[in-house]
Design a protein around this ligand. Structure first.
Ligand SMILES: [Zn+2]
Length: 458
């Protein structure tokens, strides 16, 4: 009689937590890991999959994405099994998961800027906002985009810390801007008492203030040993920024910097020229997929867009590699996790670029698993993810090391992607006790976590 739903036969199983690295069989039952052993008879499974020549690891978790609609497909296709949207309102995430979900586990934290009307929200306004986000099902809040005063930023972090809600910050929200000065200020302001997650460290090492390598080394230096701060960095060369024009000038400081870097005037005209030249691109979602438009097409799309997210090729590969691989004296990664800031923007590169580093020898496969699954699971307090011990969620990514690609994604024991073809539907929503009522109402399966257990607080 078969006792497992699925058996994965003969893959190289790599799980740093349990110390596995060898040819093993993995049995899955009712969405959980039921056994990991050198030999499990196929007759014990209702079905089995041959994993020979493949590497089987705990499912990839992308801790920083913007899913919108196409993100579900873009990510599942490249082996992402769990993704955290770090700005959407929860209602958008629930809606897209119901409509075009690809079976991944999804969660979100919501951007303050979407709801802030006055330049300086009061503490009670921030508390009200946090209540609203948590009861909508989100895990906490994100500080991003238009600069807020120093005191407001700190007040928002304190408000989240008091509730032990998740709180993430993009240095673009500081008056110093999205650069090394912004990072320096926030790390100092947070000190050793407050708890904070800092988004995409790469973005502050683009050479706005000093030489980019100097900036990356400084970023590493200031984050080294800060146990109350966690962070991630991405691989993409292109960024994604708000290309909105207000009074003839790009609203966003990063957009202005990108234009300056490319030798374009920091005006609407400069933006148009950059679009026509292909220096600036526009991601457009079409039938659930993302296309990166260039030239005239990009300009036309940009003119029509309400939320004008544009992409410039301004991230520096050597900086991405430095931030991805740097360890402290205790051999822990200074930047906790790989991320992409992808989702809808087509730069979902954890498997492709991360495995290229493994192939090159810059990281071991074990370290790849730590940065792509275990560490991000701890960052969000996803204690049943990030490893393949008995009873853990059966979230698995299967890799083809030779081609540096993810070739299968399994979420909660269900295959969601095979060879780049997405076969999953819907998704499991990760929420807190406070948000469960809202999530339950959608009929989507859900998982309750306690944000007190996320890496910020434990
Ligand atoms: Zn982002």
């Amino acid at each position: 009689m078969s006792s497992f739903d699925l058996v994965l036969k003969g893959g190289r199983v790599v799980d740093p937590v349990y110390g596995f690295d060898g040819i093993m069989d993995v049995a899955i039952d009712e969405g959980r890991i039921a056994a990991v052993e050198p030999w499990i008879d196929v007759s014990q499974g209702k079905s089995f999959l041959n994993m020979s020549g493949r590497v089987v690891i705990p499912g990839i978790i992308d801790p920083h994405v913007h899913i919108r609609t196409a993100g579900h497909r873009n990510m599942a296709r490249v082996g992402v099994v769990t993704a955290v949207d770090v700005s959407a309102p929860m209602s958008d995430l629930l809606e897209s998961t119901m409509e075009v979900g690809t079976g991944m586990n999804v969660a979100c934290i919501t951007s303050v800027h979407r709801f802030v009307r006055e330049p300086r929200p009061s503490r009670s306004e921030l508390d009200r906002m946090l209540d609203e986000y948590l009861s909508s099902g989100a895990l906490g809040l994100k500080l991003i985009q238009e600069p807020l005063p120093h005191e407001t930023i700190i007040e928002a972090i304190v408000a989240a810390n008091e509730r032990k809600a998740f709180v993430k910050l993009d240095c673009g929200v500081t008056p110093e801007g999205s650069n090394i000065n912004g990072l320096r200020w926030i790390v100092e302001a947070v000190g050793s008492d407050l708890h904070l997650d800092i988004a995409h460290v790469n973005s502050y090492c683009r050479g706005q203030v000093e030489d980019p390598i100097e900036e990356a080394l400084e970023a590493i230096h200031i984050l080294d040993g800060k146990r109350n701060i966690q962070s991630e960095s991405y691989f993409g060369i292109i960024n994604g920024t708000n290309g909105k024009i207000v009074n003839g000038v790009p609203l966003n400081g990063t957009a202005r910097y990108c234009l300056r870097l490319g030798g374009y005037p920091e005006t609407a005209e400069g933006m148009k020229k950059a679009l026509l030249d292909g220096y600036c691109k526009v991601s457009e979602e079409y039938r659930g997929e993302t296309i990166l438009l260039e030239g005239k097409e990009a300009l036309d799309a940009w003119l029509k867009m309400d939320e004008r997210i544009v992409s410039f090729p301004i991230n520096i590969p050597s900086i991405a590699i430095l931030l991805a691989t740097r360890k402290d004296r205790e051999k822990r990664f200074v930047i906790n996790a790989f991320s992409t800031d992808g989702g809808s923007i087509p730069r979902n590169l954890i498997a492709d670029s991360g495995l290229a580093l493994v192939k090159y020898g810059a990281l071991s496969l074990r370290e790849f698993v730590i940065k792509s699954s275990y560490n991000p699971s701890r960052m969000y307090g996803l204690l049943r993810k990030g490893s393949m011990g008995i009873g853990m969620d059966a979230d698995i990514t299967v890799l083809d090391l030779e081609r540096c690609r993810a070739v299968m994604g399994i979420a909660r024991g269900k295959v969601i992607m095979v060879d780049g073809v997405v076969v999953g539907r819907g998704g499991t929503v990760i929420t807190t006790e406070e948000g469960v009522k809202t999530v339950k109402a959608t009929g989507l399966p859900y998982d309750i976590i306690d944000t007190r257990e996320c890496g910020l607080y434990s």
